[in-house]
Design a protein around this ligand. Structure first.
Ligand code: MG
Length: 422
């Protein structure tokens, strides 16, 4: 049978009562009105900024930014965070009255006003990271969206963690208990420390040139751990940037047969030519970045070809958006990111939102193996790790809330605890 002409079929559709009502003049007017009305985003003003300081793995400063509409954002800073609380107090006058949804303009204002006050790194950037993360949490709560959505969406639902063993030595009964625990928890990657200040073979308390006996000890440690865990668990090693360049080069070479996930900071990170020299001398992947700040330091790292894996710490590198910028720069060289992370579930979950937005994410550190109860009790959501992964919550903001009664146990004596008017 011949098909009806197209015009006649359209005419038949328009004769349908449902469609006629959908295209009626008032309905069309309403649609045009909705489509052309500017988006009515919440009008918020920052009314207060408060901090709390805790000590768990190092020092952490928690930041809360309050608004005139009863919602607040919560961020966390670490490592270089010892003086962060007083810096954040100094920024109060700049923050009060601001629209907190302007996250990046606020970040840039605080950064550029501090160029003579150390805004190139250290405490300044740790404090700024805490503020930035609090602003993302606040923006998510105000807009009803999880933070990963504000960062452009997620490449994955679950974030892979690697467990830092956090032990002075990976050998002995207590270490073996930890290795079994890491395996039983389902982690797919772990890390041990290789620098050992009390190694009996060390002949000098200051100089970190390893003698052959110390290098033998390092190989023994790594071999022991490699044999104690299944092949399915990748192993990374950290030299903490303590050793000199010849030692870093030697260790990277002798560990090649052990197929590490990475060797971290085989020499100090300040001289990227030295780090690049080690990287180019070995097939062991070199990781670096926990002591670097902002995109400019990582630009140099990339330009010099000094690392295979980049490790910004989101609680001091400048925050979530800055880490995302670094991830994009690394992506242009086809390099992955494995963020350094030693903070509570609040900061860790914020880091996870950012990691979800990196196409080149590898694994995120988890460093609370010695404080499992503190970790589980820190947020009202309880245990957020399942078989070595954190699933991203769909709740607005970061998506976890501090259990203050539990977290307050780690408060640094004599410091404020989110009191008003600090
Ligand atoms: Mg490290």
């Amino acid at each position: 049978m011949a098909q009806a002409p197209r015009r006649s079929r359209k005419g038949a559709a328009l004769r349908s009562p449902g469609l006629r009502s959908a295209l009626s003049l008032p309905t069309l007017e309403a649609a045009v009105q909705t489509g052309s009305t500017p988006y009515q985003r919440p009008k918020l003003k920052i009314t207060d900024v408060r901090t709390a300081q805790v000590r768990v793995h190092g020092t952490q400063v928690h930041v809360r930014i309050y608004t005139d509409q009863g919602i607040y954002g919560h961020g966390e800073a670490t490592d270089a965070a010892v003086g962060a609380a007083s810096l954040i107090r100094d920024w109060r006058s700049l923050l009060l009255g601001c629209d907190p949804l302007n996250v990046e303009p606020i970040w840039e204002r605080i950064r550029t006003q501090g160029i003579f006050e150390g805004a190139q790194g250290g405490q300044y950037l740790a404090a700024l990271s805490g503020v930035e993360i609090a602003l993302w949490d606040l923006a998510g709560k105000a807009l009803g969206l999880p933070v990963y959505q504000l960062l452009g969406g997620k490449f994955r639902d679950k974030i892979r963690l690697y467990c830092d063993m956090d032990a002075e030595s990976p050998v002995g009964p207590e270490a073996n208990r930890k290795l079994r625990w890491i395996k039983d928890q389902g982690f797919t990657a772990m890390k041990i420390d290789l620098d050992h200040a009390r190694d009996p073979a060390r002949w000098d308390k200051v100089n970190w040139t390893a003698c052959n006996a110390e290098i033998d000890r390092i190989v023994k440690w790594v071999s022991h751990v490699r044999e104690s865990i299944p092949e399915s668990i990748a192993l990374a090693c950290d030299m903490h940037g303590r050793y000199d360049a010849p030692t870093g080069k030697k260790v990277a070479k002798v560990l090649e047969p052990l197929n590490l996930l990475w060797l971290e900071e085989p020499c100090p990170a300040e001289n990227m030519d030295a780090m690049a020299d080690i990287r180019h001398s070995t097939s062991t992947p070199i990781a670096c970045g926990e002591n670097l700040y902002m995109r400019w330091a990582f630009r140099e790292l990339l330009q010099k070809g000094a690392a295979d894996i980049l490790q910004p710490d989101l609680q001091n590198v400048g925050g979530l958006a800055e880490a995302q910028t670094i991830a994009k720069m690394a992506h242009s060289s086809y390099l992955p990111l494995a963020p350094h992370c030693v903070v509570s579930p609040i900061g860790a979950m914020a880091t996870c939102h950012a990691c979800a937005s990196f196409p080149n994410f590898l694994a995120c550190e988890w460093h609370w193996i010695n404080f499992p109860d503190d970790w589980r009790n820190w947020v009202k959501e309880g245990q957020i790790i399942e078989k070595g992964f954190i699933t991203l919550p769909e709740r607005p903001g970061i998506g976890v809330e501090m259990d203050e009664a539990a977290a307050k146990k780690a408060r640094i004596p004599g410091t404020p605890w989110f009191e008003a008017g600090q």
